[in-house]
Write a new protein. Structure first.
Ligand code: IPM
Ligand code: MN
Length: 352
C-alpha cells in the first residue's frame, strides 16, 4: 500500500521521538512491502519563531492532503507562564484538530506487565488495566465563545454541545466497546451541568435504540478520577467531553508507570492524526533521554487506521519485547543506558 504521511515534529523532544517512529515505519514498509512518503512541516513554537503563527498555511495544506498526520509534541516554556502571550504553540494543535474535523480522540491505557512495578499505584491494583478513553476533541469549553470584560476583571468560556456532536463520537465509542469487553462508561457531571445532562439523554437514547447489548454505566467525573486510582482495571471504554477527557487522560497516562508510553489517535470523518499523550518535555530535548515509545505506539495506531493490522501488532509486539528486555530510556530503566535512538533501533530491527 502507498500512503502519504504528514510529519509534524513540533517542539522540544518532538523531532527526536518522531525520528524513531519514522525509523520504525520504514522498517514496516520494507518488511511488508508498503510505500510511506513523509511530508515534513512545522507546527508549534518553532513555527511561531519562523513564521509568526503556530500552524502556518503550508502545514495545514500538507496535513489536509495526507492520508494521516504524525504529530510529535508542541509547547515551549517561554509561553507557559505568560497569560498575555498573543500567540501560543497550543493554538496550532487546537486549530489543526478543528480544521481536520478530528472530533474523536482515542487514548488507550494499557499496562505492560514488565513495568507494573513502575506504577505509582500498587501492582495488584494496576494489573490487567486495559481501557480506552474516548475524548470529544473539537467541541465543549475548549471551543466555546471566550470573553474578557473591558476592565479585564471578568472572563468566561462557554461550554456548548449539540446532539450531533455527542452522537458522532458515541457511535465510535459504542462500536469500540462491542469489539472489547462490551462496557461503556459515560463520564460527566450531570448532577451540575446542563451539557452533561444532554450527553446522558443522547447516550441513553442511543443505547436503547441501537446498542442495548452494550453495558452502559454512568460515572460523575470526580468519582471517575477516584475510581481510576482505586481500581483502574474496572474500565473498558470511557466516553467523555473535551475538558474532562483532557484531565482524566493525564491521570490515566501514569497508571502504567510512565507518561512516555501512551499513544493517541484523533479521528474524524475524513482525516486522522496520531500523537503521544505527553508534552514536549523541553528540559529533555537534545539529550537522547526522551522515551520514543508513546510516539512509536501512535504510529502503530496509524497502521491500524490504514487497515494494516498485522503491521500494527508487529510494532506493538516489538515494543513489548523491548520493555521485557529492559531496552528503554532512563526514566524506566535508569541503569541500562539506552538512548532514544537505541530504543528505536531495537524496535525497528525486530520488525525488519
Ligand atoms: C492534550 C493537550 C492539549 C489539550 C493542549 C496542548 C492544547 O493537553 O492533547 O491533551 O489540552 O488538548
Ligand atoms: Mn492534555
Amino acid at each position: 500500500m502507498k500512503k502519504n504521511i504528514a510529519v509534524l515534529p513540533g517542539d522540544g523532544i518532538g523531532p527526536e521521538i518522531v525520528q524513531e517512529a519514522v525509523k520504525v515505519l520504514d522498517a514496516v514498509a520494507k518488511a511488508y512491502d508498503h510505500e510511506f512518503n513523509y511530508n515534513y512541516a512545522d507546527v508549534g513554537a518553532i513555527a511561531i519563531d519562523k513564521t509568526g503563527t503556530p500552524l502556518p498555511e503550508p502545514t495545514l495544506k500538507t496535513s489536509l492532503e495526507s492520508d494521516a498526520v504524525l504529530f510529535g509534541a508542541i509547547g515551549d516554556p517561554k509561553y507557559d507562564n505568560n497569560p498575555n502571550a498573543k500567540v501560543r504553540p497550543e493554538q496550532g494543535l487546537l486549530t489543526i484538530r478543528k480544521a481536520l474535523g478530528l472530533f474523536c480522540n482515542i487514548r488507550p491505557v494499557k499496562t505492560f506487565d514488565a513495568l507494573l512495578h513502575q506504577s505509582p499505584l500498587k501492582e495488584e491494583r494496576v494489573k490487567g488495566t486495559d481501557f480506552e478513553m474516548y475524548r470529544e476533541l473539537t467541541g465543549g469549553i475548549y471551543f466555546g465563545e471566550k470573553k474578557l470584560s473591558a476592565d479585564k476583571n471578568t472572563a468566561s468560556d462557554l461550554c456548548q454541545y449539540s446532539k450531533v456532536e455527542i452522537e458522532r463520537i458515541a457511535h465510535k465509542a459504542f462500536a469500540a466497546a462491542r469489539k472489547r469487553r462490551n462496557i461503556l462508561t459515560l463520564v460527566d457531571k450531570a448532577n451540575v451541568l446542563e451539557t452533561s445532562r444532554l450527553w446522558r439523554r443522547v447516550i441513553t437514547a442511543m443505547h436503547e435504540e441501537t446498542y442495548s447489548d452494550v453495558e452502559l454505566r454512568y460515572l460523575f467525573v470526580d468519582n471517575a478520577a477516584m475510581q481510576m486510582i482505586l481500581a483502574p482495571n474496572q474500565f473498558d471504554v470511557m466516553l467523555t467531553s473535551n475538558l474532562f477527557g483532557d484531565i482524566i487522560s493525564d491521570e490515566g497516562s501514569v497508571i502504567g508507570g510512565s507518561i512516555g508510553l501512551l499513544p493517541s489517535a484523533s479521528i474524524g470523518e475524513t482525516h486522522a492524526l496520531f500523537e503521544p499523550i505527553h508534552g514536549s518535555f523541553p528540559q529533555g530535548a537534545g539529550k537522547g533521554i526522551a522515551n520514543p515509545i508513546a510516539m512509536i505506539l501512535s504510529a502503530s495506531m496509524m497502521l491500524t487506521h490504514f487497515g494494516m493490522d498485522d503491521e500494527s501488532t508487529a510494532v506493538r509486539n516489538a515494543v513489548v519485547l523491548a520493555l521485557e528486555k529492559g531496552v528503554c530510556t532512563p526514566e524506566i530503566f535508569p541503569l541500562n543506558n539506552y538512548t532514544t535512538s537505541d530504543v528505536g533501533d531495537f524496535i525497528a530491527n525486530i520488525i525488519s
